[in-house]
Design a protein around this ligand. Structure first.
Ligand code: F6R
Length: 605
């Protein structure tokens, strides 16, 4: 999704802006642009496609010490230079993240007042509105406050006003924006990672604050006057946001999973049992809870399905997962005594946020499982359980999912003890099994020969099916999503028993059918379904725990799952499916870290 960077200081602004934009690339974008104040003149440079295209347009003539930049992911209006940011109307130039919901109404009104527009964007309309209020003798801050009274929606703005050369103004509403304090100047960014090459000292811009950045100072305004910023030190390293020698961020992140899961679970285990006091969570939050709703999008929904199943299994508390974009539009009839668990790697997914707002309106308590820090979702939740995956840069989530699964597993065991459905010894065993899963991830990463062979057998296929039962089925959803999003092979997950109720008609000679059998209790049933597809010509690939069946019985291509318990099998399945998607995408020459049409952080509905 869109990203903002701004700089005012003693160094070459265009270089800093381009460097920042290159880091923001991971969020997904389709065009980019910068605005520079060069020899007293505003110059705007924009390009469609890669930031490199923009960089190629910047010349030495464009030397400047102040500017704003943006990566755009189109929402209003097509992908074009005219629609790319920055936008300039009258004496105001700005970049914008978010959506102005009432932009059509504003546009009509402003057209009536003499403004005309060159783009189809909501951003240009906001720019005109700021210009309208930026009249003689009015400070930009006052103009900003007057204009935003009329704006409905979410936004983070970086703004330059003519007459205030060498200054950048910033404000936000429901969209993140930070100020970075560097030795060479001040920075504005929607994402902390884009500040890391320049500084680790940052301050969040709060709702209703306006910042004014100058070469050597940042002034934070509120409606009541000036306030002191709260400077903080980022705990992230710049290196953590780089590829670290791997050919892709996705591969790096897959390889980081054992470390990420370890870091995530260690603070939540005490005396061999789950313990969430690290997150300020005690038994109180679960008192009186009759049901749990889990909300998330994409992979976060998939892991949520697994969490709901595990919670029901271990605690017998009724639990269901919901796709966040549907939750508030098809709300469950009963929201009473409900705990809502929101899952989001980025903490900024618009639909997940909206679900949380809906849940809170209904009086539910909300616990979120989030990876990124200082996010909107964290601020709106009653409690947050942070995963310690570190920055996830590849668009396709991997370590985000693995850490979420580990938290949900611990939570389900915790709730099992809470409802007395699990006795302490069984609970300890389950926690041990999670701990072993971490070592197992490392083992699988050293043993990828079969996955590579399998990738070479299926990478030219047009379609692929994933089948499994219960938790395996939810893992199939994740495997199919990974394959689709990065390799562009059509893939579909089915409950193994459901295929024959229609979809089996799609099986042709050689169609790959990947079956997961970590749910050992259901293995024979799934195996029968595999055979049904085999007799219709499928190329059957089965992931089966060792010693359960002879490989010949299980399929044309059999991968033996490592481990001895359900959670270990699930983690091994996850690793195999992630690596399979990665290897297939590699063979197909796809842009693995930035798949087409996708964005890392989906901040629009
Ligand atoms: C798939 C993927 C997406 C995200 C989804 C939610 O690999 O990454 O499906 O899981 O967009 O994102 P977050 O977790 O940031 O809310």
């Amino acid at each position: 999704m869109c990203g903002i960077i701004g700089y005012v200081g003693t160094e070459n602004a265009s270089r800093r802006l381009i460097e920042g934009l290159k880091i923001l690339e991971y969020r997904g974008y389709d065009s980019s642009g910068i605005c520079l104040l060069s020899r007293g003149e505003i110059s705007i440079i924009r390009a469609v496609g890669r930031v490199e295209n923009l960089e190629n347009k910047v010349t030495d003539k464009d030397e400047s010490f102040c500017g704003i930049g943006h990566t755009r992911w189109a929402t209003h209006g097509s992908v074009s230079e005219e629609n790319a940011h920055p936008h300039r109307v009258g004496r105001v130039t700005l970049v914008h993240n978010g959506i102005i919901e009432n932009y059509l109404e504003l546009r009509t009104r402003l057209e009536g007042e003499g403004y005309s527009f060159k783009s189809q964007t909501d951003t240009e309309v906001a720019c005109a509105l700021f210009d309208k209020y930026y009249v003689e003798n009015v400070h930009p801050c006052v103009a900003i406050y007057r204009a935003v009274r009329e704006i409905r929606g979410s936004y983070a703005f970086g703004i330059m006003f003519d007459g205030y050369e060498g200054r950048i103004f910033g404000l936000r509403h429901r969209s993140p924006l930070l100020v970075g304090l560097g030795s060479d100047g001040l920075y504005l960014s929607s994402d902390i990672t884009a500040l890391l090459p320049f500084t680790k000292t940052y301050s969040l811009i709060e709702e209703a604050e306006v910042v004014e950045l100058r070469e050597k100072e940042a002034i934070f305004y509120t409606h009541d006057g000036i306030c002191d910023p709260v400077w903080q030190e980022a705990t992230l390293n710049y290196d953590q946001a780089q590829k670290g020698g791997f050919s892709h961020f996705m591969l790096k992140e897959i390889n980081e999973q054992s470390e990420s899961v370890r870091k995530t679970i260690i603070p939540r285990i005490s005396g061999g049992l789950p313990d969430f006091s690290h997150d300020g969570i005690s038994r109180d939050i679960f008192q009186g809870i009759k049901q749990i709703h889990i909300v998330g999008c994409g992979s976060a929904y998939n892991v949520g399905c697994m969490g709901a199943r595990l919670i029901e299994e271990y605690s017998r508390i009724s639990a269901s997962a919901f796709v966040a974009s549907e939750y508030r539009y098809s709300p469950p009839a009963n929201m009473q005594s409900t705990l809502v668990i929101a899952i989001s790697q980025s903490g900024e997914t618009a639909d997940t946020l909206a679900s949380v707002r809906y849940a809170k309106l209904c009086g539910c308590r909300v616990v979120s499982i989030i990876n990124a820090r200082e996010t909107s979702l964290a601020r709106e939740s009653d409690k947050v359980i942070y995963t310690y995956a570190g920055p996830e840069i590849a668009v396709a989530t991997t370590k985000g999912f693995a850490t979420q699964l580990s938290i949900l597993y611990l939570l389900s065991v915790y709730l099992g003890i809470f409802t007395s459905k699990l006795d302490t010894e069984v609970a300890k065993l389950k926690v041990d099994e999670l701990d072993s899963s971490v070592r197992l991830i490392e083992g699988r990463l050293k043993d990828l020969g079969q996955i590579e062979e399998l990738a070479s057998l299926i990478y030219r296929k047009e379609s692929c099916f994933f089948i499994g039962r219960s938790l395996d089925y939810f893992m199939c959803q994740e495997g199919a999503l990974k394959l689709k999003e990065i390799s562009y092979i059509h893939a579909q997950a089915y409950q193994a028993g459901e295929l024959k109720h229609g979809t089996i008609s799609l099986i042709e000679e050689g169609t790959p059918v990947i079956s997961l059998m970590g749910e050992v209790r259901l293995l024979d049933k799934t195996l029968s379904n595999v055979k049904e597809t085999k007799s219709r010509g499928a190329f059957t690939i089965s992931l089966v725990p060792k010693n359960e069946k002879s490989p010949q019985e299980c399929g044309d291509f059999v991968i033996t799952l490592m481990g001895n318990s359900l959670i270990e099998y699930l983690f091994d399945e996850l690793l195999c499916l992630q690596m399979l998607a990665y290897k297939v995408a590699l063979l197909r020459g796809c842009d693995i870290d930035k798949p087409r049409n996708l964005a890392k952080s989906v901040t629009v509905e």
